[in-house]
Ligand binder design. Structure first.
Ligand code: DX5
Ligand code: ZN
Length: 217
């Protein structure tokens, strides 16, 4: 079952709750929360306070994507009743196994993220411990970038490994996904697609969300 996780990075923050209402109405499955610290990535977005401002205003689960140095120090801040996944970059974690265990101990599903230039081999010894693997299809830091097509081979390779090992983590993709390429990514093996500008940049956000979901009916 295909899931859509619109990224609020591209939302109008002056009316965030209303924007989230629109994607919920359109049938979005998760809210993708992009947290950037200006160190791990060359941009600062927002932190847990902004995410928590949506508590009680939506029933959608949060899919938290931490693009920050030293994520261990901030994990607790992102735990709410809505938090389903917390994703950490392998490039930012010195002790990735410990961080995964830490996330799970907080009652949240752990996920790991790879930048476009990072090999799948870095995940060899953690794949059995995570609920999701997020493959970046842009270099993280900004919304509205162009999809890097080589990630499709990476998705296929990861899906093959998942099958060979009999594992059941989900595969998510993030960056440059739009209505024209979303079928390619799901055909390759993606379960959850993040879309920021392609959803919140639309004139009619409810309709655009529905358009994504309708491709899979
Ligand atoms: C990139 C973020 C993405 C981004 C997606 O650093 O992790 O989630 O906001 O935005 P689009 O869909 O516009 O590429
Ligand atoms: Zn993201």
């Amino acid at each position: 079952m295909f899931k859509l996780a619109p990224s609020i990075l591209s939302a109008d923050f002056s009316q965030l709750a209303q924007q989230v209402e629109l994607i919920e109405k359109g049938g979005a499955d998760l809210i993708h929360v992009d947290v950037m610290d200006g160190h791990f990535v060359p941009n600062i977005s927002y932190g847990a306070v902004v995410m928590k401002s949506l508590n009680g205003k939506t029933s959608l689960p949060y899919d938290v994507h931490l693009m920050i140095e030293n994520p261990d120090a901030y994990l607790e801040d992102f735990v709410t009743d809505n938090t389903e996944y917390i994703s950490v970059h392998v490039e930012a974690c010195r002790h990735i196994n410990r961080t995964i265990q830490h996330i799970r101990s907080l009652g949240v599903k752990p996920a790991v993220v790879l930048n476009p230039g990072t090999s799948l081999a870095t995940l060899d010894w953690v794949l059995a411990d995570v609920d999701m693997v997020l493959l970046m299809s842009v270099n993280p830091g900004f919304g509205g970038q162009k999809f890097i097509p080589s990630v499709l081979d990476k998705v296929r390779e990861l899906a093959k490994i998942r099958e060979e090992r009999g594992l059941d983590f989900l595969i998510e993709i993030d960056g440059g996904v739009n209505l024209d390429n979303v079928k390619d990514v799901t055909d390759a093996g993606v379960d959850i697609a993040v879309a920021g500008s392609a959803v919140f940049g639309a004139e009619d956000i409810v309709k655009r969300t529905k358009d994504f979901k309708d491709l899979y009916r």
